[in-house]
Write a protein that binds this ligand. Sequence first.
Ligand SMILES: Nc1ncnc2c1ncn2[C@@H]1O[C@H](COP(=O)(O)OP(=O)(O)OP(=O)(O)O)[C@@H](O)[C@H]1O
Ligand SMILES: [Mg+2]
Length: 394
Amino acid sequence: MSTKPYNILLVEDNDVDARVITESLTKGSQGDFVIQRAERLKDALEKLRTQAIDLVLLDFMLPDSEGMATFTAVRKEAPNVPVVALTGMSDEAIAIEAVRQGAQDFLVKGQAQPKILHRAIRYAIERHKVQSAQLKQAQGEKTGKMIAFIGARGGVGTTTVALNIAAALAKKHKEVVAAELLGSYSAFYDHFFYKKSRAALNGLDTLMKLDQEKITSREVQRCLVKLPSGLNLLLGSQRAEDFKELDPDKTGTLTRALAVLGQYVVLDLPSHASAACQMAVKHCDFVVVVIDRTPTCVMAGKVMVDLLQLCGVIPVRIGVVIVNRQPLPISVDVAEVLSTMGCQLVGVVPTATDACSEAQRAGMPMVSNDPQGTASGALIEIADRLATEQIVGR
Ligand SMILES: Nc1ncnc2c1ncn2[C@@H]1O[C@H](COP(=O)(O)OP(=O)(O)OP(=O)(O)O)[C@@H](O)[C@H]1O
Ligand SMILES: [Mg+2]
């Protein structure tokens, strides 16, 4: 017996049929069903409008409506309530049509023994729940927040920042995916599997070899490497023969597929802003341009911001992270960085040469290996800022 009885609306104008069905439902059901009856479509619609009905048992031949029109009207009024059609021997065809159009089942009047009726109703309600959940997922495809990290130039610390942000997010949130979308050497690999066996973990290349329509979320999921910390990784290749420019269309499809796989999806993008890279940023909620404070890098950062805007990324969704990797002979101050680049500051990561090396040796990001370190503190703050919408504005 269910803890809460099912509220059944029996729409049936014929008194004898209504009594037989009500008795069948009541017999041996131990109060599983609360039944109310409507004799006309108009009454049925009124009840559906005003009450919480779990299932409609629907006779299609009513005094004020006949055939499929009855079903259509009920569906229109209550699209989320499962319907089981009640038919006579002669109108099975209509019932089959109704099932085709979304009714959960049909029962031939006079043939529905109590057990069959009970089971049909329970199955219909449960099946409807599953189908609704699947439909919601397919339609809504509730997507996570996607944040791209892109270096104004190579070697500024983009991958280090991206992975640490992903790891910091994974400490607090259920599902986080970090993906490197680049057609060259996988840096993720060395951050996590340094000096470990070079097993075939290259999910990116596997996906890029598929036809575009086959790059589905399910397929992408299969290509992720799941770490004990809960962080999921999509790794690039380490073999020369796999290095090639990513196909922009496939990259767009891959990015969309990734979006449903985590509450947060972190993309590590190459600094040369390829066509694939531009395609990926279009799907992102926020893009972080990573720079150091050399004048050249700041100018490259400005050009990157311009390029992102040309791709359709609006300025409010672009921010800058400054990485102070090492002391510089000439260093642009932060206010000038921001006015030159014309975007907001997401954070500054202090110098952490030793912490970076130790993290790599330990095979985990700094925020996990040395959570109390100064650079880890800055990275965790950046992750919090990105997660709590202080920065991300749609
Ligand atoms: N805060 C930091 N302090 C000192 N060194 C750092 C810091 N962050 C990153 N590094 C070091 O800088 C080097 C480059 O880092 P990383 O690979 O993250 O850069 P990248 O921009 O992704 O490079 P690429 O363009 O090759 O992808 C690495 O040796 C890394 O350990
Ligand atoms: Mg990198």
